[in-house]
Design a protein around this ligand. Structure first.
Ligand code: NI
Length: 173
């Protein structure tokens, strides 16, 4: 399967709210596989279906060092969040080459369905906790730059639009 196209900020489709997955069938399993392939090919640690213009509650991630531990989260819900907060630098495949600090819960417990449809819970901390919260934001139409000041966000928006324009400009011989 070829890699899926990742929407780039400020594409308005990134603000679509994803719908729950009704049943984990062959189509959803294929989506998970394609999303994982796309995430690995782009060196990402996480990817939400929203980013590939599919507006259903599906997330894939791999925060392991060896990058051989794919995790699929279908219909993820946070069932616990720590009072303790933590700030970490984040990036996003939809906002390439931009890294900014965001404050989030230091630990979260997420309940979701796996690729086989079974429900499981995952206790997350560190990078995994950041990733789960970042990707779940995507599913409700929120991009991490929305946590930044309007000034910073506008600067990023301009940069991304310029980058997209440059890439789309016809090449000269
Ligand atoms: Ni992202």
């Amino acid at each position: 399967m070829p890699c899926l196209t990742i929407l780039r900020y400020p594409d308005p489709r990134l603000h679509t709210v994803a719908k729950p997955v009704q049943g984990v069938d062959a189509r959803i399993r294929q989506l998970c596989d394609d999303m994982l392939e796309t995430m690995y090919a782009n060196d990402g640690v996480g990817l939400a279906a929203t980013q590939v213009d599919v507006h259903e509650r599906v997330i894939v991630m791999d925060t392991s060092e060896g990058r051989k531990q794919p995790v699929v989260l279908i219909n993820p819900e946070l069932v616990a969040t720590s009072d303790e907060m933590a700030t970490a630098e984040e990036g996003c495949l939809s906002v390439p080459q931009i890294y900014e600090s965001v404050q989030r819960h230091a630990r979260v417990t997420v309940r979701a369905q796996a690729r086989n449809g079974e429900t499981f819970e995952l206790e997350c901390e560190g990078l995994t906790a950041v990733c789960v919260q970042h990707e779940m934001d995507h599913l409700r139409g929120k991009v991490f730059v929305e946590y930044l000041s309007a000034f910073k966000r506008d600067r990023i928006k301009t940069k991304m639009l310029k980058k997209t324009r440059e890439e789309q400009a016809p090449r000269r011989a």
